[in-house]
Design a protein around this ligand. Structure first.
Ligand code: NI
Length: 172
């Protein structure tokens, strides 16, 4: 297992549409292990493969309590089958938009079909934080970031601050 560098919203690669995985082979298993390690180390509650510069439709999440037992979800080629009319607002962040948070409204519940890491088809009905997290991560597979739900003014302000912070990091 290895930590992977996380690309930020300054990298245009994050805006591409990721391709479906054709098979769940050893290379994919290694990528999954690397992504889980990278997510826990960050720490974060979700990570899409494109955030570690792999443009494939694969996400990992773990919304369990930081002190509780780990409960990772691995979703390959996830597909949103249904979303509720009821909505939820969470203060969202993203490992690719470091240090910035904003309230985003999304459907409160969703049903997602995916392949698990054994390559078997599964469905999950999610609500609460997991529903928001799954929608946030699946957005990444389509090149969408949570800041896209904000006003252009606010989005550009955040991107400028991330750019400024990354320049300062390089100088140190
Ligand atoms: Ni994100």
């Amino acid at each position: 297992m290895a930590l992977r560098p996380i690309i930020t919203c300054l990298d245009p690669a994050l805006r591409q549409t990721s391709a479906p995985l054709e098979q769940v082979d050893d290379a994919v298993q290694r990528l999954i292990d690397d992504m889980l390690l990278t997510m826990y180390e960050a720490p974060g509650i979700g990570l899409a493969a494109i955030q570690v510069a792999e443009p494939v439709r694969l996400i990992v999440t773990d919304v369990s309590d930081e002190d509780g037992e780990r409960n990772p979800h691995v979703l390959i080629n996830p597909e949103i089958l249904w979303t509720s009319d009821s909505r939820n607002v969470y203060n969202e962040g993203c490992l690719s938009v470091p240090e910035h948070y904003a309230e985003v409204e999304r459907p409160a519940e969703c049903r997602v079909r995916f392949l698990n890491r054994e390559g078997k088809e599964e469905e999950i009905h999610a609500d609460g934080l997991l529903a928001t997290c799954l929608q946030h991560e699946i957005d990444h597979l389509n090149g969408v970031l949570f800041i896209d739900y904000l006003s252009k003014l606010k989005r550009n302000m955040i991107i400028r601050k991330v750019a400024k912070a990354s320049r300062e990091t390089v100088m140190v």
